[in-house]
Design a protein around this ligand. Structure first.
Ligand SMILES: *Cc1c(COP(=O)(O)O)cnc(C)c1O
Length: 359
């Protein structure tokens, strides 16, 4: 009779050093089922352009899905190139902009080297550095969410810097001239994570033409209402794009997502109307929170960062949850905590504000 082999423990399976100790990135709650008002993960509250459904169905009516996808998502790059005024050779696509961030960190930051990011910001950057065995240097924002010039003074072994612009959780924006100034002084590439730029007054696409060091990433998750689809892209000069293409998975975007993303970016009328609605509701949300005694940060994104001068923040999150409303409670070590509220529909924000009034 054969003995069943013992289950290996961590030390037996020979994990790469650092992996077992890694803190996993935890995204906001995604409850399955139930009727929630979800104001916690910066999703768009409206359905995507109707052109998206038509494009997806069109891929299913012939042999299209029997074939491998286009590894370079050329249809999307051509359309995005016209919309953004950027050559298609300056664009690389990915499975959400998180995929692009992974590719960028893998391309630029090796084991023992350094990634610099502002803090508090998108926590995934830290995880990506950790997977590489790299060091994540978190550089604190000033209290008014501006960034000290010393951000450009490199720590040892600095290989890449990433700035979310607009930033999460604050919704604040650094001007393109500020970004250009930092990039000019940094000794490495600077990624401007523009996941929310469609909601802001300015963006850094023009800077990519002026600087060999600036890389912009974009997402269709938030502004095009396609978080479930997974599609994002990066814009950089061709010498960088060429390297990123080597590092990415060959088929990192599937046929359905390429077709859907192409249709979505083609519908700029939809984007303009959606942006207008979100920005109007954002103002209502900001005003309502101020009327309730919160400090609500002026936002350039589709969420608003709120703190209260006296009351603890977490109970608001907990009480709202009991009432079927999810927002994001954020606590940052050595910084503080607060509430990040996604801009929903007017009706959702009204329900949220009414619930807040009872607390
Ligand atoms: C949501 C978000 C992303 C990720 O976008 P996906 O395209 O859904 O992967 C990247 N950066 C920031 C700052 C985000 O908030």
């Amino acid at each position: 009779m054969l003995d069943t082999p013992p289950r290996p423990d961590d030390s037996d399976v020979l994990l790469r050093s650092g992996i077992a100790a890694l803190t996993p990135y935890t995204p906001g709650e995604q409850p399955q089922g139930g009727k929630w008002i979800k104001l916690n993960t910066n999703e768009n509250p409206y359905p995507p352009s109707p052109a998206v459904a038509r494009a997806i169905i069109a891929t299913t009516t012939d042999r299209t899905l029997a074939k491998y996808p286009d590894p370079l998502a050329t249809a999307f790059r051509m359309r995005a190139s016209e919309v953004l005024g950027i050559d298609p050779e300056w664009i690389v696509c990915g499975n959400g902009s998180d995929d692009l961030l992974t590719i960028l960190v893998r391309t630029f930051v090796g084991s023992g080297e350094c990634l610099r990011v502002p803090y508090p910001s998108y926590i995934l950057y830290r995880t990506l550095a950790g997977i590489q065995g790299a060091h994540c240097n978190e550089f604190p924002y000033k209290r008014d969410w501006t960034l000290d010039e010393a951000f450009a003074v490199p720590p040892a072994d600095l290989r890449l810097a990433i700035i979310a612009n607009p930033n999460s959780p604050s919704g604040t924006l650094l001007s393109p001239s500020r970004i250009k100034d930092l990039a000019d002084r940094l000794p490495c590439a600077l990624v401007v994570d523009e996941a929310y730029a469609d909601f802001s007054d300015t963006n850094c696409i023009d800077l990519v033409r002026q600087s060999k060091q600036i890389i912009v990433t974009r997402s269709l998750s938030k502004s095009y209402a396609l978080a479930g689809l997974r599609f994002g892209f990066a814009i950089a000069q061709p010498h960088i794009i060429e390297q990123l293409r080597k590092v990415k998975d060959s088929y990192n975007c599937d046929t359905l997502s390429i077709a859907a993303a192409t249709a979505a970016i083609d519908d700029q009328q939809w984007l303009a109307a959606n942006r207008k609605a979100i920005i109007a509701t954002r103002q209502r949300l900001t005003d309502a929170m101020r009327a309730l005694g919160f400090q609500a940060q002026e936002s350039q994104a589709n969420f608003v960062w709120c703190t209260h001068p006296e009351r603890p923040h977490k109970p608001f999150y907990e009480e709202l949850k009991k009432n079927g409303i999810l927002i994001r409670y954020m606590r940052y070590d050595n910084w503080g905590d607060g509430l990040r509220i996604t801009v929903g529909t007017d009706a959702e924000i009204e329900a949220f504000v009414n619930c807040m009034k009872t607390l």
